[in-house]
Design a protein around this ligand. Sequence first.
Ligand code: 5RP
Length: 224
Amino acid sequence: MNIEHLKKIAAEKATEEVRNGMVVGLGTGSTVYYALLKLGKMVRDGLNIVGIPTSDGTEKIAKEQDIPLSTLAVHSTIELTIDGADEVDVHLNLIKGGGAALVREKIIANASKRILIVVDESKISRVLGTSFALPVEIVRFGWEATQREVDKICGRSDVRGGIENPLITDNGNYILDCHFDGISEPEKVELQLNNIPGVVENGIFVDRADKVIIGTSSGIKYME
Ligand code: 5RP
């Protein structure tokens, strides 16, 4: 089945949990995109929400969709966040950051009471780090030294985009894509990486998702 259709059914299903008056965390990526379109339609039909976006890209789409926006300065708590993921294990641990928004996504996740993750079935994995390289956001100063330390943990990493034309995140940093041979202890690796000077954040999300909504060729499935 068409993968875009699987993304769309998962994302639209998540919007059914959005209620009037909610502060909603707006994730980033091609799956969440369909939730933003649907939320825009719901707002135009009278739904009263404010969204807090996880990236400049999502902010732009939300504005185009007439979704009122706010910030964490105004709202300390987010009732519900809808976000995507690059890899999901059976314990609902995630790899995120394929869209380079992992820092803001983790800040938003940390402020959220409830998190719905929307994916197509290709994202489900027995062990994290076997089908997707882990994104790690690092500051540009001294990036070579930071990469050497990161590589001691993962083995090998690449600067996203290549150092001749590196991707620069919304926060002005580089992304290292780290090639693990499976991450059997995600909680430990998350902390180890964040303990390296120069690492801003990494894309391991442990124990954050409340429900994963999966678009499959046989309909919607859930993990919670
Ligand atoms: C962005 C993310 C995205 O949620 C993740 O990459 C999934 O994106 P997509 O739905 O396009 O596959 O973590 O930083």
